[in-house]
Design a binder for this molecule. Structure first.
Ligand SMILES: [Zn+2]
Length: 359
């Protein structure tokens, strides 16, 4: 599908962990051997456990491809799929707030896991003449795990797919932000319940999962609230338009004095016409004081710029800033600098407007 699949470093750890876990498990499920603990000799046991761990993550990647396939059919671009210790994440372009579409997208992943599970079990039933042979064990274990993955992912809590299903289901009936808040609250309650369960049963993996679910639910709620409170606000509404610019020939000593006097932390650099770069207090601080008389702005300024247009959404500016790790964006119209928008401008706008979204 033209989607790059990436491996996070934590993936290596979890593959080894999964291989280790399944090399020591050998308990029958529905009377059928599950796990490779009874496979002899040890090298064969490890080889199969390792193969199983790899195949499991192939299944996780295919699960993510399920989401991606539906997303693509709606014209949403997929940047990449990353496999990490908790499974997979598909990184997508902005998803339009269409509950019906989100519902289909969210269900596609668990559906794929279910189909993989059922297929593995069907193949197992077709070939299992010798239930002690590692290949039938591999098929059965893979089948069971995929069905567990399906059920786990359908739990109605963010950040699982079930949380999205629940939100979409609410969103058909009520505003998107309210639907998200409700779904997130259910996710949090569920996480607290799991956490208590984990605490009393001394099950630390359960505690860990509870923590993960709680954080995921809060993050989703926060992201949606911010997006919703910036809805309809354009960059031109919040940018500072009287931008003080400096020329690239200014020395850093002069720049420092200017910063003291005008209390600005950064300046766009222009040379008569177009924008050439941007220089901030952080750039200045990298140069030792003794060098500031003989160094000019041109040598220190950042020239690799991320810019935005005045007609774009404020939430787009927010996204660019957090993705690129910058604090301010020059606003350009037809190549001309017309303003600058900073993180502070966005925070102020969110604070002023967040009351709108709490119906
Ligand atoms: Zn999923």
């Amino acid at each position: 599908m033209g989607i790059p699949v990436r491996l996070h470093w934590s993936f290596l750890v979890v593959v080894l962990y999964v291989a280790w876990a399944f090399s020591s498990v050998s308990e029958p499920i529905f009377g059928r051997a599950y796990g490779f603990g009874a496979v002899e000799p040890v090298t064969l046991r490890w080889a199969y456990s390792f193969l199983f761990a790899i195949l499991l993550f192939v299944c996780v990647a295919v699960h993510e491809l399920g989401h991606s396939y539906v997303a693509k059919s709606y014209g949403i671009g997929i940047k990449s799929i990353t496999l990490y210790f908790f499974g997979g994440v598909a990184s997508m372009e902005e998803i339009p707030r269409d509950p019906k579409m989100e519902l289909k997208m969210a269900l596609a992943g668990p559906l794929v896991s279910g189909a993989l599970g059922v297929s593995a079990i069907l193949i197992y039933l077709a070939v299992s003449s010798d239930p002690k042979h590692p290949i039938p064990i591999l098929l059965w274990t893979l089948g069971v795990i995929n069905l567990i993955l399906m059920v786990f992912n359908l739990l109605p809590a963010f950040p699982m797919d079930g949380g999205r299903v629940l939100r979409a289901w609410f969103a058909i009936r009520m505003p998107y932000v309210v639907a998200t808040r409700r779904a997130a609250n259910i996710g949090k309650m569920f996480a607290i319940f799991l956490g208590i369960l984990g605490l009393f049963s001394f099950n630390f993996i359960l505690l860990f999962i509870a923590f993960f679910i709680y954080i995921g639910a809060s993050e989703e709620e926060k992201a949606t609230t911010i997006d919703a409170s910036l809805e309809g606000i354009k960059v031109k509404n919040i940018m500072s338009s009287n931008v003080r610019t400096i020329t690239p020939d200014l020395t850093l000593r002069q720049l420092m004095e200017l910063m003291f006097k005008e209390k600005h932390r950064g300046y766009p650099v222009t040379n008569g016409g177009g924008l050439q770069g941007i220089i901030t207090l952080t750039d200045l601080q990298k140069i030792p004081d003794s060098q500031r008389d003989i160094t000019n702005v041109r040598q220190v300024m950042t020239t690799n710029l991320f810019v935005i247009e005045p007609e774009e959404e404020a939430s787009t500016a927010m996204k660019i800033m957090s993705e690129r790790g910058v604090r301010r964006l020059p606003v350009l119209q037809d190549g001309e600098l017309v303003g600058i928008v900073s993180r502070e401008d966005l925070v102020r706008a969110i604070e002023l407007c967040s009351s709108r979204s709490s119906f």
